[in-house]
Design a protein around this ligand. Structure first.
Ligand code: UFG
Length: 336
């Protein structure tokens, strides 16, 4: 029997890819998901427990029932724009959720965590690439909820000593996640879809009228926002390494997960055109509230601590892996 791991949000885009990566590495993933945004059919590498992270009793029950040794916490709302217009649901889900989760973990005696944080904690960073010691100053509610999650974990881990618990965590600050499982078993299914790569692919094949480019007057090389895109399979693999680090006795740490290379919105559109052979129609729009102009990771610390380097995060490859998922004949699968 391998080590059993609970993945909150294990039916979601990143969580389901992490289940697959964990199983491939010999772990036993148990997905814990309320299916509000996840998909039951994406849970293929272990059981699915239907429940909400804010429900400490349900969490403790699942941890005990499956003899769980560690938790990966993916379940959260994660749209920057939505967090600006609907902050209450972000504080409710992301902050109250982690309170319930940690309470459930304490009850069940589980003290090993991998936490999905975000580069959104940095806000508008003073310099690029962004290192982990940059002072976090989030500029949107989503980023603030992720920073609060990190701070709660830090306090929870410190308090562990007072009741003899060896409580340790890795907080992973994701940059922009894109792509899909190279085997075609998993992909991105958000409803509504708001992310750049999927919308550009849908616009290219005529299933979305036109890609709106949010902001063309940023102080960036072509005026559009620059982001560091990381392939979801690379990201999933980093979670396995983070877990292994903790199981080997490694200390708590906070790490960027990015490729270290930034691409503008227009460069992503060009990549979609190159890969699919169709140029997505675009419409220039005003800036979207809460968007920093440029976010690019310094990936050095993840390389030093985990030995993690990206393997599939080159832009065209990410787009090529995602493209079949958004092809016309995927309509039924995507709405499942
Ligand atoms: N964009 C467009 N048009 C669109 C969608 C996006 O121009 O239709 C632009 C955005 O303004 C932004 C870039 O493309 O500049 C990327 O936007 P996404 O919506 O794809 O991703 P975000 O950067 O808003 O957010 C994502 C995750 C967050 C995470 C963040 C880190 O959803 O959870 O990356 O940068 F925090």
């Amino acid at each position: 029997m391998g080590v059993t791991v609970l993945l909150t949000g294990g039916a979601g885009y990143i969580g389901s890819h992490a289940c697959k990566a964990l199983a491939a590495a010999g772990f036993e993933p148990v997905a814990f998901d309320n299916l509000s945004r996840g998909h039951a059919d994406a849970v293929r590498w272990g059981p699915l427990v239907k429940g909400s992270v804010g429900d400490a009793e349900a969490v403790a029950d699942a941890l005990t029932r499956y003899d769980i040794l560690a938790v990966m916490h993916f379940a959260a709302k994660a749209y920057v724009g939505e967090s600006v217009t609907s902050p209450w649901s972000y504080y409710g889900n992301n902050v109250c959720g982690i309170i319930g989760l940690l309470e459930g973990c304490k009850r069940a005696g589980v003290f090993t965590f991998v936490f999905s944080s975000s580069c959104a904690v940095y806000g508008v960073p003073p310099r690029l690439p962004i290192t982990e010691d940059t002072l976090p100053e989030p500029v949107n509610p989503y980023g603030r909820t992720k920073l609060m999650g990190e701070q709660m974990l830090l306090d929870y881990a410190s308090a562990g000593a007072t009741y003899n618990a060896d409580c340790r965590y890795v907080a992973l600050r994701y940059f922009n996640v894109a792509g899909a499982d190279p085997d075609g078993e998993l992909g991105e299914r958000h409803d509504p879809e708001t992310h750049l790569v999927p919308l550009a692919l849908l616009a290219a094949n005529g299933r979305h009228p036109a890609l709106e480019i949010f902001g063309t007057d940023y102080d960036t090389p072509d005026g559009t926002c620059v982001r560091d895109y990381i392939h979801v399979s690379d990201l999933a693999r980093a979670h396995v390494l983070a877990l292994q680090h903790l199981l080997d006795g490694g200390p708590s740490t906070t790490l960027n997960l990015g490729s270290g290379r930034g691409y503008s919105v227009r460069e992503v559109v060009d990549a979609v055109a190159r890969v699919t052979g169709r140029t997505p129609p675009v419409v220039d729009r005003p800036r979207r509230a809460g968007d920093p102009p440029m976010l690019v990771a310094d990936p050095a610390k993840a390389r030093e601590v985990l030995g993690f380097v990206t393997e599939r995060s080159e832009l065209d490859r990410m787009v090529a892996d995602a493209a079949p998922w958004f092809a016309a004949d995927q309509t039924d699968a995507r709405s499942a």
